[in-house]
Structures are given as structure tokens and as C-alpha cells.
Design a protein around this ligand. Sequence first.
Ligand SMILES: [Zn+2]
Length: 458
Amino acid sequence: MSSHPIASDADAAPASDAAPASDADAVPAPASAPPSEPVPAADHRRLGRELELFDTDPLIGSGLPYWLPDGAEIRHTLEEFIRDRERRAGYRHVYSPVLGKRELYEISGHWQHYQDDMFPPMDLGSEQVVLRPSLCPHHALIYRSRARSHRELPLRIAELGGMYRSELSGVLGGLTRVRAIQLNDAHVFCTPEQAADEAVAALELIAGAHRALGIRPVRYRLSLPDGGIQSGSGKYVADPELWERAIALLTEVLRRSGVPFEAVEGEAAFYGPKIDVQIADAAGRESTLSTVQIDFHQPERFDLRYIGPDGAKHRPVMVHRSVIGSVERVVAHLIELYGGAFPAWLAPTQLVLLPLSERERARTEQVRERCLDLGLRAEVAGPERGTLGARIREARLVPYQAILGPREAADDLLALRLRDGRRPDPLPVGEALARIGALVGACAQELWDERASAVGRG
Ligand SMILES: [Zn+2]
């Protein structure tokens, strides 16, 4: 049971639950790696340690990983990627605190329906504050911070923000079951008439981001309540009419999007149904990455309003959506998907520069400066790190390697070796870096554009 898209979804379904990809048209195709690329290895926890991306320390606690510099580069790149996509889709970004007063969650309903997953409240003088289990209540208050007109709607508020989940230590591991979660979240406040369009647009945003990342979902799930809604078990907010409206709208959204889906009972959030975009890990275990929800409940609880064209007050609808889910889960998935051989735009180090000897050192450092000026992440691996062969092997997961010998240094050339084994003709440094920069800027899956080379030489 869940308070929010991702909060609920740390529960990976059993392996037998995993379904094969059912629709090649609607679901983004996977990255087609050339055959000589490294084969994705199984477990993100092992790879995360080997590649020095993240780790944990018993003194910080289980389920509380820290990010090492290379992992932090990937995370930062992903966060900027998603912010850029959201900006283009009309979202505005906010920051809100990871703490809130207990009363806030009593109003939202988390206190009544989700307390088992929340950390205990902290006493602060005469009040109690809690680590937030979701971002929704904060965003509802941001909406409510002043009067809203129908002309402002849909109002799309996005945040990459922290939230917390009091998982039992027995089930924690790696980046997939964590107690501190960085969520890619957003809430669209809109009129009831706009809700379906906004949810359809959110699904398109999700599919586009998945394509760029090479992520291939295994299925779309319409997550419904179970019998608890009728029995008044306390698992869900009791308002059958609102549930029915939301379910009807999400069903319409899925039909309009043309994606095949399965309706599954017992997977809804406590305040409403949701569309979950499911992925599977290397072991075939399914989990939710992205979600879209239509929520009539929280606007009621927070008494949200907008002034309509008629001058009267109306109730907006909240569309909750997450494009890449939590940063932790999506990075875990990408580590397993690529086995550490990330597309160039995501790779922690994009270019390794290999001076043949100390004589080319100064020249190599200049090339590195030029890379940094272009926003490329480049490193120099000099002779102090071993023979040329050893240095090349050490950098085998880096998308681009460039050896600088006397000729390259004298003629201002770059002789590139691509991770997949290709070796384009040496190019002037500026041109080689511009081509890499163009591929990185386009979030390309390919490492090289042969046609650009041909044009460049012609
Ligand atoms: Zn939400």
C-alpha cells in the first residue's frame, strides 16, 4: 500500500509476477548495444561497489547509501536531464523541506493510512515534526500559498526532493530498498476537464525519457484498490464516488495512449488509483519506476480552489506523476542495464586521454582543459598509471579514449578509440570534441556518427 508512486513501489513483486514486454510499439525499444560492448552484469550492488558509484557504512546505517564521485556524476547528469525535459513540458521547479509538522500528514491522510511506513515523529518543543513520506502535501501548500485563477491552470510544479520510508533493515540493499529516497516528482493542478490531457501528456513525457535512457518497461499497470475500499478497512480513503471517477479517467488515459495494460487490485495509493510503469531487474523481479495518478482526494483535504471564468470558486484536480521514479531506483536499473558501459552522455568519465609519454603530458592537459570548457568529463591517465595497454584496459568502460603521441601533439590531432572497438581517422582536436559534444548534448545512444565523419572529411 502506498502513499505515493514510488513510496509504495519499493516492494518488488515476486519474480513469477514479471511479465514479458507486451507491445513493441508503445514501449520504448531498448538500447541496442554493439556486440562488442560489455555484457550487462547481474547485480547493481556488486557493480556499484566495483565501479565505485555508491556504498554504505554501518555507522550511517543500512538503507542509507552515499554516492561516490562517479555515482554522483551519473546522478547529477540524470537530474539535469529530467529537469530539462520537465522545463520543456511546462513544469516549474520548486524546493520544499524534507520535514513537516505532524498535522500536515494528518490532513493529507498519511498519518491515518500510511503511518507504518513513516519514521516516528520528533518532539520539537510543543510540536511534533516528521520526515516526510511524500512530497504531495508540500506541493498542495505551495498551490494554496495564494489565490489561483483558472488562467494559471494547468499549474505544473516539479521537484527532485527527499522523502523517507521506514523500511525494516532486513529488506534493505543497494539502491533499490532505501530509507532516504530522492524522488523525481511533480503535481499538476488543473481543472477536471484538463486532467485526462495532463495525464496523457505525462505518459508521453515518461515514454520519451525512457527512450533516451534506453529503459524498456515490462508493462503498464492500472493499480486499483482491493476490497478494502468497500469494507472500510482504513487502507484507503473512503469515498467510492471519487475512486470511480479517478479509475474511469485513468482507464480513458491508458486507452488514449494506446498502451496495453493490466488492471491489478491492491496496488493503489491510499488516496487513489494509479498508472504504474513497471520495469524488471536483472533477476526478473518487477518494480514500479514511473507513475501517473489522478487525485480528487488531496484537493478536498487541503481545500484547494481556483477562481473559474464564472467568478466562483472551484476545486482543482491533482495529477501526481513521476517520470523516472526515485533517483536511487533508476540508477540501480541503469547500472544493471548497461553493466557499467553507460551511454556517453551518462558516463561518469566520457573521455580518457592517454599521453604516450611524459613528453606529451602538457599537450594532453591542454586537451583536457578544452574538454572541460565544452562541458565534457575528461580524465588524463598518464604513464605513471602503467603501460599504455594497461591504461587502455583500465578505461575499457569509458566511451572514448584518445592516445596522444608525438604526431597528435605536433599536429593538434585526436586519435579516438571508441569503447566498441571502432577507431575513427584522427581528427583535429576541436572537431573531434565538437562531435562528441554533439552526441552527448543529444543524449545519444550511439558513440559515433559515421555520417558526420564523412561530411567532415568531404
Ligand atoms: Zn504526489
